[in-house]
Design a protein around this ligand. Sequence first.
Ligand code: WT7
Length: 658
Amino acid sequence: MAYNKIKTIAMSYPYQIKSLDEYKVAYQKSIEDPAAFWEDVANNFVWKKKWNSKEDVLQWNFKEPKVEWFKGAKLNITENCLDRHLEERGNQPALIWEPNSPDEQSRVLSYKKLHEKVCQFAHVLKNNGVKKGDRVCIYMGMIPQLAIAVLACARIGAIHSVIFGGFSAQSIADRLEDAQASFIITCDGAFRGAKDIPLKSVIDDALIGNKNIKRVIVCTRTRTPVSMIKGRDVWWEDEIQHVEEKGLSYIDAEEMDAEDPLFILYTSGSTGKPKGVVHTCGGYMVYTNYTFVNVFQYQPEQIHFCTADIGWITGHSYIVYGPLSAGATSLLFEGVPTFPDAGRFWDIVDKFKVNILYTAPTAIRSLMGFGLGPLQGKDLSSLKILGTVGEPINEEAWHWYDEFVGKKKCPIVDTWWQTETGGVLISNLAGITPAKPSWATLPLPGVQMLLVDENGKEVVAEGEETVAGNLCIKAPWPGILRTTYGDHERCRTNYFATYDNMYFTGDGALRDKDGNYRITGRVDDVLNVSGHRIGTAEVENAINMHAGVVESAVVGYPHDVKGQGIYAYVIYQGSHAQNTHGTGDIVRKDILQTVTRMIGAIAKPDKIQFVSGLPKTRSGKIMRRILRKIAEGETENLGDTSTLLDPGVVDEIKNGRL
Ligand code: WT7
């Protein structure tokens, strides 16, 4: 079937909520009859075959857990992201690409062009033996080919697993093994600010000993010399040329079941090993589109700039799938906010007349540090809506964003969600439902939040007071994760076993009398460093790989720009490592290098304190609460230390605090 046979649906969004009252009505309906509510939304997409009856819209239980949306329906997400737009908006920009250096040319890919590129690369994948259901690891910088690679996998039903370009060879090796991946798409290198990251060479290291990878497709970006392994490695450009020579510019979209996996994305938890979160085709498509259109109140032809990397869920959902399925223009930026100077975002907004800017609080706080100079002379009048994601936003940053970027004219959406949720769960709808600085505010339609105490008992306000508890969810929404790859039991114990019959987010939250939520942060051993999720156990494992380290304990502490910094307490063999002497510094550097090698630079501790012991209970459990307090600078009220094996160690740690 050629693309012009696909029915085009004009891009108005009948499910876009236009007032507070409409929000209330939609919310009510979504709770009373979730299947009817989501069926109405799902009817606005291109399905190769629809679900048979309303019963098939949603089937679930949180015991196993089992969640199925649009059971039996068939689709291909790329027909929704590409083909269906060709007739009406084939020449409209789908992707605008801004390179790392402002001296290099930006690129625009119309829907027509992007469709063609995706089809061509889908042929390349097929020619190289990729089949439906195969896991394809993508390790690339933020270039258009990254989005093309992702969509080409989806086109032929291969399961993509994008790994952020900052992860080390060891992390990649672990993920390749866990996903049993057989193909890799990478680049020679990536530009990131002043740096040049040798991606292909990292992949080569990751592949030492790997027996599953059949092909590595290498896209040219930095022209860093690379070594190509005969029979394994091929160049993207050569492969495309073969396809072009045959005049191929279209490929049929594989028919996928609504519940077939679309992608795996690894994320950290409280154990040492990252989990492969699995999202499926139908529900994820409906949910990312619905949330994109509603949270950002997207209007046709607006330019949406999400500053995240496609290596994280934010990029998957709000650079690629959400915007493209809505026929939007999505801006893809290769660089960093401070290169070549701290005016980079504002230059981009000015240059492309960006309408929606979606970024992380850590980026805002870092830019605040440069003062107002970088904003001067930049025309930001095109901005209509601002958004934040990834971590709580402090009021100071919120007001700066509001005043100096939005000029007090742009609603700010504070969007709370997770890799596991696929799309936004709690947020105000821009200009439609009220904002409250540093509060994510109300749950989206279909999202039934509740707060529980440690025993899983629901926390309900007696009167008008604000209440606190652990944030849980009662019922599934279409974007919920379906499993953790290769280990369903892990999915159950991680998210569905802490409390009976609920999805547990791992976050703590407050709720005010109006039903607004404020996320207070993780209640498990997971850190949020510059909006990146890092498990303390992972960092400890990495530190412990260093030959001289006996034991370590890692906690988070408040950090002005990063939100949380990483504080490591390390017992080093003998007495070599002093906190104040030179040898300590050498050991510290060594440990940092070990962490960089095991995980990546994003997991490097900000502070390493050498200690002679750790506060442990008689049963040998490290009392992190005490370590956390000391790292936060609280040395007085450490709580009950009488159960400690050696209370004396606490004084030593307090005195040596960095
Ligand atoms: C964790 C999820 C959602 C995509 C980016 C991060 C924290 C996320 C907010 C927010 C306060 C937030 C939570 C959550 N978080 N958004 N608006 N306010 N905290 O995805 O890596 O899966 O991390 O990020 O702690 O559990 P992620």
